[in-house]
Structure formats: C-alpha cells, structure tokens
Design a protein around this ligand. Structure first.
Ligand SMILES: Cc1ncc(COP(=O)(O)O)c(C=O)c1O
Length: 357
C-alpha cells in the first residue's frame, strides 16, 4: 500500500477554532451567550460594507475579479505602495500558506516565536519544512534571540506584531535592530493582523523597511478591526518580485466578490475603525481594573484581547465559563485569552469569572 500522506501531515494537530455561539447554545440548551474567543470586532462590520455587499448580491453568478483590482488600487493609494506589490488572500491565513509553499524550499527553515500564532508552524509542517521556535520573553518576541536563530538554512522569519495570543508588541527600535541583522535573502513575514489596534507611538514601522527594498511580507487583515472575519479577506504588502511569485501559487479566484466589495467599502469608513478602537480602549480599561481587583495576572495588550495567567488549570475554568455562556480561549495549561467585547459582554465575563473563582 502507498502511504496515504506524509508523516508530517499525519502528526499535525488540527487548528482548534473558537467555539461558535450557536454550537455552544445547542450543546448546553442555553441562549444569550457571548463569544470572546476569536478576537472579532464586537461592533460588527461597517454599515458601508454591508451596503456594498447588498449591491453585489444579484451578481454572484459571475466569478469575482481574480486580481481584486479595485481593492488593491485602494490599498496602493492608502500605503503609497505599488499595486504590483499587493496581494489579496482568503484571510491573511491563506497568505501564510502561500508564503510557505512559494518560498520555503526543501531543506530550508522558518524561524518563529512561541507562544505565537500557531498557523506559522502548522503551515511549515504541512509542507514538511522545519520550524525553529524561539521562546518569547514575558510573552513578547525576543527579536535578538530570533536573529541569533537565523542560520544558512533560514528562509523565512515569522513575527506577529502585536503577538497573538499575548498581545505584546515589538517597538520600532527593536525591529530596526533586528532587520539590521537579518541577511538580505531572508524573507521576514510581519503579521500585523491587529495593526489598527496598536496605537502605541513606539510600534514598529515595517513599511519603512519594505519601502527601503527589503524582502518583507507585511500581512494585514479585514478580519479584526474591520469586522469582516466571516468574509475571509486579508492582504499582503511586499515587493513586486515576491508578489509575482506568490501569485503563481495563489488560486485565481481566492477572494470572493462580496469580500472584495465589503473590504473596499470598509477601507473608506475610517469612522468605524476609530469607533472600534475607542470601544476596545474602554473595554481594556474596564478589564484591567476588574482583573486587578480579582488579583488575576495579565499581560498589558496592544490588540483586542488579553492574555491571563491563572492560578489554576485553564481547562476546567474554560468549561465553567462555557456553562455560564461565556466563550473564551484556553491558551496553555494555566493561560486564558479573552477578546475585549462590548461593555456588557465584558461585564458578563467578569461576573462569570468572579462567581467561578
Ligand atoms: C496573528 C494572526 N495572524 C493571522 C490571523 C488570521 O486572520 P485572518 O485569516 O482572518 O485574516 C490571525 C487570526 O486570528 C491572527 O491572530
């Protein structure tokens, strides 16, 4: 018999997504639960995005624009970056896979941090490529240690800034020092899924390095602050050379018509982003105060979620919260991650947690 698949795929742990509200409510026979598990925008999508999709609905018998021209043109204008250096993905997640399949050749390695976004390692393993994992320090990417981990076989470095699940960020000074040590032929993937929430003035400026001609892929998404996670659309900013190669691997119609239209409209609704960031800041302030009152340790966040270090096993705590209709995310033996929600959702979480502990 032939092997059905590779050993690497056989031993791959599937990505565990946050539990959908509908599934939880069906299982427990409850209603009115809140999902604070997947770092989604609790305000929903921009009304302009919804309106734009409405206008497209009767046209879905046609294939979408495979080049995503209008959205890429708008992104090109927004970032003053050539349209040839912009690629759309079915979520930034798809771009992570395309990057691995396009650039990580046999015998080459990817450097990444832990804990960080698990898809980097999964994508490498699915292609039977080696990951070199560098531990975070206090939840934050140790960029000096990651630069140390680069060797002659290194092709890719994945950095999540802000990091998921810890919410930490790397500063411009740290990233500049890191880039000065990265060889020119190594591709740095700056995953900035939570970019819009990172308002700290020290936040690393990756675009500057791309504009200076470095081999960078900057990933951003419409799934988080833009509130379009269900549509699956994200984008990469890179050099025209790298984008041209990724386009050969990308499926011709990887982003759909509704997603392209909604993303384009959402991009023009800066008030919705400002409002989303403001609601996030308010929720953050409330949760910091309440977690402090409950004596729960957490890492200050630059994103729309908070990573908490509990004094007990996270699994039973997660289950107990579920039974109270609050979905969070267990992230390690004693770690939980909670998405910052609307104020009444944040209160639901704190009340449930306080009752349990
Ligand atoms: C750091 C990071 N990168 C990428 C993604 C993927 O986002 P999407 O595929 O929805 O754009 C996520 C989603 O949780 C994330 O946290």
């Amino acid at each position: 018999m032939k092997n059905l698949t590779t050993e690497d795929i056989r031993t791959l742990s599937p990505y565990v997504p946050g539990k959908p509200v509908e599934e939880l409510e069906r299982e427990l026979g409850i209603t009115g639960s809140v999902k604070l598990a997947s770092n989604e925008n609790p305000l929903g999508p921009s009304p302009k995005a919804v309106e734009a999709m409405r206008g497209m609905l009767t046209g879905v018998n046609r294939y979408p624009d495979g080049a995503g021209h209008y959205l890429r043109a708008a992104l090109s204008k927004k970032y003053a970056h050539p349209i040839e250096g912009i690629i759309l993905g079915n979520g930034s997640n798809e771009l992570l896979e395309i990057i691995v399949r396009t650039f990580l050749l046999e015998g080459e390695e990817a450097v990444m941090a832990a804990p960080s976004f698990v898809v980097y390692k999964m994508a490498a393993q699915a292609s039977s490529r080696k990951s070199v994992v560098v531990p975070c320090v206090d939840g934050k990417h140790d960029l000096a240690a990651m630069a140390d981990a680069i060797n002659a076989n290194t092709k890719l470095v994945f950095i999540a800034n802000p990091n998921n699940p810890t919410g930490t960020m790397n500063t411009a000074a740290e990233f500049d020092a890191f880039m000065a040590r990265v060889p020119e032929d190594v591709i740095v993937v700056m995953d900035e899924a939570y970019f819009e929430y990172a308002t700290d003035p020290e936040y690393a400026d990756s675009l500057k390095h791309l504009k200076a001609g470095r081999r960078l892929v900057i990933l951003r998404t419409f799934s988080k602050a833009y509130g379009l996670a269900g549509l699956r659309i994200g984008y990469g900013l890179s050099t025209p050379e790298l984008v041209d190669l990724m386009n050969r691997v990308r499926q011709p119609f990887n982003t759909n018509m509704l997603a392209q239209a909604a993303a384009l409209a959402a991009l023009g609704d800066s008030a919705h982003i400002e409002n989303s960031v403001r609601v996030n800041e308010e929720g953050k302030k409330y949760l910091y105060a309440e977690l402090g009152r409950l004596g729960i340790k957490y890492i200050p966040t630059h994103a729309n979620f908070i990573y908490m270090e509990m004094d007990r096993a996270a699994g039973p705590l997660y289950d107990a919260l579920l039974k109270k209709g609050v979905i969070v995310r267990p992230m390690g033996p004693t770690q939980l991650r909670v998405t910052i929600g609307l104020m009444d959702e944040n209160r639901r979480f704190i009340n449930a947690l306080e009752t349990i502990i």
